[in-house]
Design a protein around this ligand. Sequence first.
Ligand code: 5RP
Length: 263
Amino acid sequence: MDWGMKNRMSQLFREDGHCFFLPIDHGYFQGPTSCLEKPGETIAPLLPWCDALFVTRGVLRSAVSPVESKPIILRVSGGSSVIGEDLANEGITTSIEEVLRLNAAAVGVSIFVGSDYEYESLMNLAELVNSCEDFGIPVMAVTAVGKELQKQEVRYLALSCRIAAEFGARVVKTYWCKNFDKVVEGCPVPVVMAGGPKCETALEVLQFVHDGMQRGAVGVNLGRNVWQNPHPVAMMRALYAVIHEEATIKEAHKIFNSVKKSG
Ligand code: 5RP
């Protein structure tokens, strides 16, 4: 691995090999998402606990300070919206020159395996890997399911993750599922868990994140389950403990309750 690639990968992962990415890219297909209407205000108290931000160039320029920023994973795919025909119909939205100009530590692209746009989304990934590898920029593949949430099961996710890695993704982001170790075992690059729609309780979030970490995930890319929680800082702090401090579910939940009380 060349110096630039190594340097960028080390911006994403701590010395423990784990990561806590904070995604705020949701607006790129669903507009002003609840609690993310003003992304700059949402992330201000959360930044100290995350390792990188997952964001589009538009929100990066308008809402993230270039002086005190965390490493940036730039969302570079898009082209469909929640009110359009098919969320899977995406292209690459951001040139390699722009990725370099914004000094991104990595880029993220969605793939929709098994959808009507499987081929197009996999070619998006392939072409992005081709251009990014030339400049030492890691590509994170996002195994997306569009509106078909039933696809969040082990055989489908293992298939998608493996394909993403075969195409050259340096990191793969996917949903947690039961038997998550099967997803990790079949994927030769680090696997990060996404959150999905908000869980009922903080405890449920801590439980699935803890389970995924025990089964080999390297970390999370968790959005709505953090910033849509009424106590987002407490959520960040508790998740940080699971990801970087080997906290048990009980210990992390205690942290959540104590930060919640103090804030
Ligand atoms: C949206 C994304 C998000 O980054 C991903 O879904 C994680 O966010 P959440 O935890 O809210 O699901 O890729 O396209």
